[in-house]
Ligand binder design. Sequence first.
Ligand code: FAD
Length: 430
Amino acid sequence: MSPLTQDPRSHGLWARSAPPAPETPSLAGEAQVEALVIGAGYTGLSAALHLAEGGMRTLVLEAEEPGFGGAGRNVGLVNAGMWVMPEAVLESFGPERGEALLDLLGAGPERVFRLIARHGISCEAVHAGTLHCGVGRKGMAELQERERQWKARGADVELLGREAAAGLVGSGIYEGALLDRRAGTIQPLAYARGLAGAALAAGARICGGSPALEARHDGEAWIVRTPGGSARAPRLILATDAYGRDLWPEAAGQQTRLPYFNFATAPLPEALRAQILPQRQGAWDTKEVLTSFRMDAAGRLVVGSVGALQGIGARIHRDWARRAMAALHPDLAEIPFEAEWFGVIGMTDDSLPRLHRLGPQALAICGYNGRGIAPGTVFGAALAAHLLGDLPLEGIPLPEKPLAQAPCRALREGWYELGAQMLHAVEKRL
Ligand SMILES: Cc1cc2nc3c(=O)[nH]c(=O)nc-3n(C[C@H](O)[C@H](O)[C@H](O)COP(=O)(O)OP(=O)(O)OC[C@H]3O[C@@H](n4cnc5c(N)ncnc54)[C@H](O)[C@@H]3O)c2cc1C
């Protein structure tokens, strides 16, 4: 049985509605290639696809199967840019690198949708934009500022007032919404599987069920050991993000993991389908512990927020999700849930991604802070271009950072879950 379907709360709806996974037999014996990629999420798969297209013999080692990590569990919002405001990116990275990063990530969704079209990936792709919904005066002030900063860079964003937002959301509970026409939605696991299929077709080899247990450099090349064999290559990309295991503890420990859950309804009746998100934008709100919601191709509403569906939290978050749906639209109150699942998001202290040099010709990029679909795709391609000799490392607009353990990691992770439970226990109670 696929590791994705053993636990119904790991990949939920996406495991049920994605096209089948491509064959990725585990590594047996020894392999020698030109580039090794560890981790088959968006970063690793995009890197492998672009490396293989560039003619490099490439092997991907994946502990479980493509899309097992965040790539197969997320909401599927293909966002442009990061959480932090554009001007905050410039403050952190400086004007030149900051603007280059904003350009790269602002164009990220366009790149994802083009890649999907080029490889004929069947993943419910909808390039209709996203709605960042404003809660209260503070939320609207934030959206106004976001609109100003993105418009100054020529981005196709528009702040909608209450009435226009209500028309697109299908609910009058928000004061307004920032419509970002650059963005869209996908079925996230289907996209990961499609990328894997495209990488295989381009000539890459992907070994599922092959956790990298040890990586060492013998002076000439990297040697990576798995339970069934070992692989050797002069170049290496570590793309394990928040699902990194013991292999590189310093890499795994530098992010704080934020749990995030989703509930999917049964397909909505026609009348509701025509009212809720009628143009199929993906949506989320400005609250600190946010609510996200989107439709899938079959008309299921997917509602999510911060928290893990385990222990006492599972009931608290499920009850909250029911109330959140009823608050969005009273007719949603009676619609049953068909699936529920959760995963962890890798968060960095400055909310910006990280580039690390791990050793000779060995690189890692991680830390997308809940926005990894477009950035993972774009940075995977950039890492490939660098290893192919087509892009200097300085051409990737991220500063190179040393690996460092996130301060008070365990404490903060515990607080994320506890805080979300406390809030969800009381929020939206009548
Ligand atoms: C619930 C949730 C909601 C989210 N919502 C969104 C959203 O709406 N939009 C968005 O853009 N982003 C979202 N994200 C974030 C996004 O999913 C991640 O940023 C993205 O998946 C990161 O891609 P990646 O390829 O770097 O890592 P991952 O997709 O996590 O892949 C890492 C892979 O590495 C493998 N691995 C780990 N250790 C080893 C090892 N030792 N050997 C071999 N393989 C290994 C794992 O099994 C995994 O498959 C969300 C994340 C979650 C969990």
